[in-house]
Write a protein that binds this ligand. Structure first.
Ligand code: NAD
Length: 258
Protein backbone atom coordinates (compact mmCIF):
# COMPACT_ATOMS: atom_id res chain seq x y z
CA UNK A 1 0.00 0.00 0.00
CA UNK A 2 0.95 3.64 -0.45
CA UNK A 3 1.03 4.24 3.32
CA UNK A 4 2.13 0.84 4.60
CA UNK A 5 3.60 1.11 8.08
CA UNK A 6 2.19 4.58 8.68
CA UNK A 7 0.36 5.17 11.97
CA UNK A 8 -2.31 7.84 11.55
CA UNK A 9 -4.62 9.71 13.94
CA UNK A 10 -7.67 11.29 12.30
CA UNK A 11 -9.85 13.56 14.45
CA UNK A 12 -13.59 14.08 13.96
CA UNK A 13 -13.48 10.80 12.08
CA UNK A 14 -16.78 9.17 13.04
CA UNK A 15 -18.40 10.15 9.73
CA UNK A 16 -18.16 12.47 6.75
CA UNK A 17 -14.70 13.24 5.41
CA UNK A 18 -12.87 11.60 8.32
CA UNK A 19 -14.55 8.26 7.68
CA UNK A 20 -13.50 8.32 4.01
CA UNK A 21 -9.92 9.21 4.99
CA UNK A 22 -9.76 6.44 7.61
CA UNK A 23 -11.01 3.77 5.20
CA UNK A 24 -8.67 4.91 2.43
CA UNK A 25 -5.55 5.07 4.63
CA UNK A 26 -6.36 1.65 6.13
CA UNK A 27 -6.91 0.11 2.68
CA UNK A 28 -3.50 1.51 1.63
CA UNK A 29 -1.72 -0.15 4.55
CA UNK A 30 -1.82 2.31 7.45
CA UNK A 31 -2.95 1.63 10.99
CA UNK A 32 -5.56 4.27 11.82
CA UNK A 33 -6.72 5.81 15.08
CA UNK A 34 -10.19 7.26 14.56
CA UNK A 35 -11.16 9.81 17.20
CA UNK A 36 -14.37 11.76 17.60
CA UNK A 37 -16.29 13.65 20.26
CA UNK A 38 -18.88 10.92 19.65
CA UNK A 39 -16.87 7.94 20.89
CA UNK A 40 -19.66 5.47 20.13
CA UNK A 41 -19.74 6.38 16.43
CA UNK A 42 -15.93 6.29 16.29
CA UNK A 43 -15.99 2.76 17.77
CA UNK A 44 -18.62 1.68 15.24
CA UNK A 45 -16.44 2.94 12.37
CA UNK A 46 -13.36 1.15 13.76
CA UNK A 47 -15.44 -2.05 13.87
CA UNK A 48 -16.40 -1.64 10.19
CA UNK A 49 -12.77 -0.99 9.16
CA UNK A 50 -11.54 -3.97 11.21
CA UNK A 51 -14.19 -6.20 9.62
CA UNK A 52 -12.54 -5.46 6.26
CA UNK A 53 -8.90 -5.12 7.41
CA UNK A 54 -8.44 -6.93 10.74
CA UNK A 55 -6.46 -4.96 13.33
CA UNK A 56 -6.21 -1.81 11.20
CA UNK A 57 -8.30 0.54 13.34
CA UNK A 58 -8.55 1.82 16.93
CA UNK A 59 -11.20 4.21 18.29
CA UNK A 60 -11.08 7.03 20.85
CA UNK A 61 -13.59 9.44 22.41
CA UNK A 62 -11.88 12.80 21.87
CA UNK A 63 -13.07 16.39 22.13
CA UNK A 64 -10.48 18.42 20.18
CA UNK A 65 -11.40 21.53 22.18
CA UNK A 66 -10.12 19.86 25.35
CA UNK A 67 -6.39 20.00 26.17
CA UNK A 68 -6.81 17.12 28.65
CA UNK A 69 -8.40 14.99 25.93
CA UNK A 70 -5.47 15.69 23.60
CA UNK A 71 -2.82 14.59 26.11
CA UNK A 72 -4.81 11.45 27.03
CA UNK A 73 -5.64 10.46 23.45
CA UNK A 74 -2.15 11.08 22.02
CA UNK A 75 -0.55 8.89 24.70
CA UNK A 76 -3.14 6.14 24.16
CA UNK A 77 -2.72 6.26 20.37
CA UNK A 78 1.08 6.12 20.56
CA UNK A 79 0.83 3.11 22.90
CA UNK A 80 -1.88 1.26 20.91
CA UNK A 81 -0.37 1.88 17.45
CA UNK A 82 3.26 1.72 18.55
CA UNK A 83 3.93 5.32 17.52
CA UNK A 84 2.38 8.12 15.45
CA UNK A 85 3.54 9.29 12.02
CA UNK A 86 0.49 11.06 10.56
CA UNK A 87 -1.87 13.53 12.25
CA UNK A 88 -4.98 14.59 10.33
CA UNK A 89 -6.66 17.51 12.09
CA UNK A 90 -10.06 16.99 10.50
CA UNK A 91 -12.59 17.80 13.25
CA UNK A 92 -14.39 21.05 12.54
CA UNK A 93 -17.77 22.70 12.75
CA UNK A 94 -19.76 25.31 10.89
CA UNK A 95 -21.87 27.83 12.74
CA UNK A 96 -25.21 29.52 12.19
CA UNK A 97 -25.13 31.97 9.26
CA UNK A 98 -25.00 35.36 10.99
CA UNK A 99 -24.22 38.86 9.75
CA UNK A 100 -21.97 40.78 12.14
CA UNK A 101 -24.73 42.47 14.14
CA UNK A 102 -26.42 39.14 14.88
CA UNK A 103 -23.17 37.23 15.41
CA UNK A 104 -22.23 36.19 18.96
CA UNK A 105 -19.14 35.76 21.12
CA UNK A 106 -20.32 32.21 21.90
CA UNK A 107 -20.30 31.30 18.18
CA UNK A 108 -16.78 32.70 17.75
CA UNK A 109 -15.51 31.00 20.91
CA UNK A 110 -16.88 27.60 19.87
CA UNK A 111 -15.51 27.79 16.33
CA UNK A 112 -12.17 29.14 17.56
CA UNK A 113 -11.75 26.25 20.02
CA UNK A 114 -12.89 23.45 17.69
CA UNK A 115 -11.61 24.70 14.31
CA UNK A 116 -8.37 26.53 15.17
CA UNK A 117 -7.03 26.11 18.70
CA UNK A 118 -7.38 22.33 18.26
CA UNK A 119 -4.75 22.45 15.50
CA UNK A 120 -2.18 23.91 17.88
CA UNK A 121 -3.02 21.42 20.63
CA UNK A 122 -2.78 18.51 18.20
CA UNK A 123 0.56 19.66 16.81
CA UNK A 124 1.94 20.45 20.28
CA UNK A 125 1.17 17.06 21.80
CA UNK A 126 1.72 14.94 18.68
CA UNK A 127 5.05 16.55 17.67
CA UNK A 128 7.36 14.53 19.98
CA UNK A 129 5.82 11.31 18.60
CA UNK A 130 5.87 12.53 15.00
CA UNK A 131 9.54 13.51 15.30
CA UNK A 132 10.34 10.08 16.72
CA UNK A 133 8.49 8.34 13.86
CA UNK A 134 9.71 10.66 11.04
CA UNK A 135 9.25 10.97 8.11
CA UNK A 136 5.93 12.26 9.39
CA UNK A 137 3.09 14.45 8.17
CA UNK A 138 0.53 16.80 9.68
CA UNK A 139 -2.52 17.44 7.48
CA UNK A 140 -4.87 20.22 8.54
CA UNK A 141 -8.36 20.32 7.05
CA UNK A 142 -9.25 23.96 6.35
CA UNK A 143 -11.78 24.93 3.66
CA UNK A 144 -12.03 27.14 0.59
CA UNK A 145 -13.75 29.34 3.20
CA UNK A 146 -10.26 29.81 4.65
CA UNK A 147 -9.13 31.36 1.35
CA UNK A 148 -12.24 33.28 0.24
CA UNK A 149 -14.95 34.94 2.33
CA UNK A 150 -18.74 34.82 2.24
CA UNK A 151 -21.30 37.00 4.05
CA UNK A 152 -22.59 35.46 7.29
CA UNK A 153 -19.61 33.16 7.76
CA UNK A 154 -17.28 35.40 9.78
CA UNK A 155 -16.16 32.92 12.45
CA UNK A 156 -15.79 30.07 9.95
CA UNK A 157 -13.86 32.25 7.47
CA UNK A 158 -11.57 33.59 10.20
CA UNK A 159 -10.87 30.26 11.92
CA UNK A 160 -10.30 28.39 8.65
CA UNK A 161 -7.97 31.18 7.42
CA UNK A 162 -6.14 30.75 10.73
CA UNK A 163 -5.70 27.05 10.00
CA UNK A 164 -4.25 27.92 6.59
CA UNK A 165 -1.63 30.35 7.99
CA UNK A 166 -0.79 28.37 11.14
CA UNK A 167 -0.03 25.37 8.93
CA UNK A 168 2.77 27.41 7.34
CA UNK A 169 4.19 28.40 10.74
CA UNK A 170 4.33 24.74 11.74
CA UNK A 171 5.88 23.76 8.43
CA UNK A 172 8.65 26.33 8.81
CA UNK A 173 9.35 25.44 12.44
CA UNK A 174 9.64 21.75 11.57
CA UNK A 175 11.81 22.44 8.50
CA UNK A 176 14.15 24.78 10.38
CA UNK A 177 14.65 22.21 13.14
CA UNK A 178 15.13 19.31 10.68
CA UNK A 179 12.37 17.28 12.33
CA UNK A 180 11.36 15.67 9.00
CA UNK A 181 7.73 16.49 9.79
CA UNK A 182 5.84 18.08 6.90
CA UNK A 183 2.74 20.18 7.38
CA UNK A 184 0.12 21.08 4.76
CA UNK A 185 -3.50 22.23 4.59
CA UNK A 186 -6.41 20.91 2.52
CA UNK A 187 -9.22 23.21 1.35
CA UNK A 188 -12.41 21.48 0.20
CA UNK A 189 -15.39 23.16 -1.42
CA UNK A 190 -18.86 21.69 -0.61
CA UNK A 191 -18.52 17.93 -0.10
CA UNK A 192 -21.44 15.54 0.46
CA UNK A 193 -21.32 15.08 4.28
CA UNK A 194 -23.66 15.87 7.21
CA UNK A 195 -22.03 19.31 7.52
CA UNK A 196 -24.22 20.31 4.53
CA UNK A 197 -27.47 19.41 6.37
CA UNK A 198 -28.39 23.10 6.92
CA UNK A 199 -28.31 23.62 3.12
CA UNK A 200 -30.61 20.62 2.63
CA UNK A 201 -32.98 22.10 5.22
CA UNK A 202 -32.92 25.41 3.29
CA UNK A 203 -33.94 23.44 0.16
CA UNK A 204 -36.98 22.09 2.02
CA UNK A 205 -35.31 18.75 2.77
CA UNK A 206 -34.62 18.04 -0.92
CA UNK A 207 -31.05 16.73 -1.03
CA UNK A 208 -30.72 16.72 -4.83
CA UNK A 209 -32.00 20.29 -5.05
CA UNK A 210 -29.55 21.43 -2.35
CA UNK A 211 -26.65 19.74 -4.17
CA UNK A 212 -27.73 21.33 -7.46
CA UNK A 213 -27.86 24.79 -5.85
CA UNK A 214 -24.46 24.38 -4.18
CA UNK A 215 -22.93 23.16 -7.46
CA UNK A 216 -23.97 26.31 -9.37
CA UNK A 217 -20.74 28.21 -8.57
CA UNK A 218 -18.47 25.23 -9.21
CA UNK A 219 -16.88 25.00 -12.72
CA UNK A 220 -16.96 21.17 -12.66
CA UNK A 221 -20.74 21.48 -12.00
CA UNK A 222 -21.05 19.17 -9.02
CA UNK A 223 -20.32 19.13 -5.31
CA UNK A 224 -17.55 16.85 -4.07
CA UNK A 225 -17.54 13.28 -2.73
CA UNK A 226 -15.62 12.46 0.48
CA UNK A 227 -13.12 10.38 -1.54
CA UNK A 228 -12.18 13.47 -3.59
CA UNK A 229 -10.68 14.86 -0.36
CA UNK A 230 -9.40 11.52 0.97
CA UNK A 231 -7.19 11.00 -2.13
CA UNK A 232 -5.39 14.28 -1.33
CA UNK A 233 -4.94 13.25 2.31
CA UNK A 234 -3.57 9.87 1.15
CA UNK A 235 -0.93 11.64 -0.98
CA UNK A 236 0.05 13.99 1.86
CA UNK A 237 0.20 11.13 4.38
CA UNK A 238 2.47 9.09 2.10
CA UNK A 239 6.16 9.69 1.41
CA UNK A 240 5.21 10.49 -2.22
CA UNK A 241 4.79 14.07 -0.96
CA UNK A 242 8.22 14.18 0.72
CA UNK A 243 9.18 17.53 -0.93
CA UNK A 244 5.85 19.19 -0.07
CA UNK A 245 5.44 21.33 3.06
CA UNK A 246 3.78 24.61 4.02
CA UNK A 247 1.47 24.28 1.05
CA UNK A 248 -2.28 24.35 0.46
CA UNK A 249 -4.39 21.98 -1.62
CA UNK A 250 -7.72 23.17 -2.99
CA UNK A 251 -10.18 20.36 -3.67
CA UNK A 252 -12.80 22.60 -5.18
CA UNK A 253 -13.81 21.67 -8.74
CA UNK A 254 -12.26 24.92 -9.97
CA UNK A 255 -14.28 27.18 -7.64
CA UNK A 256 -11.44 29.45 -6.54
CA UNK A 257 -9.87 29.61 -10.01
CA UNK A 258 -12.63 32.07 -10.99
P1 NAD B 1 -19.13 16.27 9.59
O1 NAD B 1 -19.99 17.17 10.38
O2 NAD B 1 -19.71 15.18 8.77
O3 NAD B 1 -18.01 15.60 10.51
C1 NAD B 1 -17.38 16.31 11.54
C2 NAD B 1 -17.09 15.34 12.67
O4 NAD B 1 -16.45 16.08 13.70
C3 NAD B 1 -18.35 14.70 13.26
O5 NAD B 1 -18.19 13.30 13.32
C4 NAD B 1 -18.43 15.32 14.66
O6 NAD B 1 -18.94 14.42 15.64
C5 NAD B 1 -16.98 15.66 14.93
N1 NAD B 1 -16.81 16.72 15.92
C6 NAD B 1 -17.56 17.83 16.10
N2 NAD B 1 -17.08 18.55 17.13
C7 NAD B 1 -15.99 17.88 17.60
C8 NAD B 1 -15.08 18.10 18.66
N3 NAD B 1 -15.19 19.16 19.47
N4 NAD B 1 -14.08 17.21 18.85
C9 NAD B 1 -13.98 16.12 18.04
N5 NAD B 1 -14.82 15.84 17.04
C10 NAD B 1 -15.82 16.72 16.83
O7 NAD B 1 -18.25 17.25 8.68
P2 NAD B 1 -17.23 16.96 7.50
O8 NAD B 1 -17.80 17.55 6.29
O9 NAD B 1 -16.78 15.56 7.49
O10 NAD B 1 -16.07 17.93 8.00
C11 NAD B 1 -14.75 17.52 8.25
C12 NAD B 1 -13.85 18.74 8.11
O11 NAD B 1 -13.90 19.21 6.77
C13 NAD B 1 -14.24 19.93 8.98
O12 NAD B 1 -13.08 20.55 9.50
C14 NAD B 1 -14.93 20.86 8.01
O13 NAD B 1 -14.88 22.21 8.41
C15 NAD B 1 -14.13 20.60 6.76
N6 NAD B 1 -14.81 20.96 5.51
C16 NAD B 1 -15.94 20.31 5.10
C17 NAD B 1 -16.56 20.69 3.91
C18 NAD B 1 -17.82 20.01 3.41
O14 NAD B 1 -18.50 20.58 2.57
N7 NAD B 1 -18.16 18.84 3.87
C19 NAD B 1 -16.02 21.73 3.14
C20 NAD B 1 -14.87 22.37 3.59
C21 NAD B 1 -14.26 21.97 4.77
Amino acid sequence: GRVSGKKALITGAAGGLGEAMAFMLAREGATVAVSDIDGGRAAALADRINAEIPGAAFAYAHDVASEDDWTRVIEAVAADLGGLSVLVNNAGIGGPLALVEQDTVENWQRQYEINLRSIMLGAKYAMPHLRAAAPASIINISSIAGLAAAPGMGAYNATKAGVWMYTKTLALEAAKADWNVRCNSVHPVFIKTPILDPFIAMAGGDEAKAAERLARGIPLKRIGEPDDVAYCVLYLASDESKFVTGSEFKIDGGMTAQ
